[in-house]
Design a protein around this ligand. Structure first.
Ligand code: UDP
Ligand code: MG
Length: 321
């Protein structure tokens, strides 16, 4: 039995040595075969150097280095495409996903009742209040309007069976939202909750704007509901227009027809114009996604790696793009 850990790293020179030490210790205690696959996601600091060094000293360490920063989603995908393990897990390098949970996760998955063991934060303590509030609204909304089951506080840290990894690799869409993909493919998942903890070293790569972008991407990738917003507005406006016609006819009959009301017309024109642009904007978001999909560009470009050909043959084949 082989256990593979996928570790995306972006400018993590301070965190990698700490992670390596802790993960290594846990894995040795577990007495299983394992491989550690680090993905250097276009770091501009000493990350690659550290990974090369680790790989030279330790035969169980592999790395893939991207030609530039492609984002964590691409890094995870590269990991899934290149691991050979019967079980695989994605872990952040900042120790926010504690390696100490691995033995318990492996035990649960090996009992055979579950195909994956996922983790979620039991609290959002230590996070800015505004961010928590938006995050909660986001999860409530996306679960209502999409058929992927997305759990609030879910982390990307999860241990999966080979079958699940192969399925994820087959979902080769360019716009990736892993939380949605994990939920969409189904399988029997066991949820483990744990206390949120802060980064071991370095700092988070996310600011509020990026998180908002991530949330919008999630909705667009996993729901078609926003597209129907235009139809709803259209119906509403039609109803309003009918009511207005009736009102104007009645007013003409009762009070005659004084020339007034240009202000209300201007208001109506700008309102309708605004709604139309808003709806076109929503469509534009989807079209932009389609545009990226049909280009069939690679998810990532490998600049350097220590994976040998025979290693790649044991891993699921990524769809050639
Ligand atoms: N990461 C990455 N590419 C990126 C951004 C982040 O590979 O463009 C990695 C990062 O090195 C870390 C993990 O993704 O291992 C989670 O990132 P971070 O800790 O910044 O996110 P947070 O935990 O704050 O959500
Ligand atoms: Mg983190």
């Amino acid at each position: 039995m082989l256990l593979s850990l996928i570790v995306p790293c972006y400018n993590e020179q301070d965190a990698i040595p700490i992670f390596y030490k802790e993960a290594k210790q846990v894995l040795e205690e577990m007495a299983v075969d394992y491989e550690l696959l680090f993905i250097n996601d276009g770091s501009t600091d000493g990350t690659l150097k550290i990974l090369q060094e680790l790989a030279r000293k330790d035969g169980q360490v592999y790395y893939i280095s991207f030609s530039r920063n492609f984002g964590k989603e691409a890094a995870m995908y590269a990991g899934f495409c290149n691991v050979r393990g019967d079980y695989a897990a994605v872990m952040d390098v900042d120790l926010q996903d504690p390696p100490a949970m691995l033995p318990q996760m492996l035990q649960i998955i090996r009992s055979g009742e579950y195909d994956s063991v996922a983790t979620r934060r039991s609290t959002r303590d230590g996070e800015p209040v505004v961010r928590s509030w938006f995050a909660k609204r986001f999860y409530r909304m996306i679960n209502r309007i999409s058929d992927a089951d997305i759990v609030d506080g879910a982390r990307d840290f999860r241990l999966m069976k080979r079958e699940m990894v192969d399925t994820i690799v087959r979902m080769s869409e360019y716009n990736r939202f892993s939380k949605g993909i994990f939920g969409w493919i189904g399988f029997r998942t066991y949820w483990l909750a744990y206390e949120n903890r802060s980064r071991a070293a370095g700092e988070t790569k996310w600011n509020f704007r990026q998180l908002l972008r991530y949330a919008v991407d999630g909705v667009i990738n996993f729901s078609q509901v926003p597209l129907s917003v235009a139809s709803w507005f259209g119906m509403l406006m039609t109803a309003v227009a009918f009511a207005a016609v009736v009102f104007i006819v009645l007013r003409r009959l009762i009070w005659g027809d004084p020339v007034a009301g240009w202000a209300s017309i201007v208001c109506m024109i700008t309102l309708i114009g605004g709604i139309q642009l808003f709806c076109i904007g929503i469509m534009g978001q989807y079209i932009a996604k389609i545009y990226m999909e049909v280009k069939k560009r690679p998810h990532y470009i490998v600049a350097e790696s220590n994976l040998r050909q025979d290693h790649k043959e044991g891993a699921p084949r990524c769809l050639e793009r």
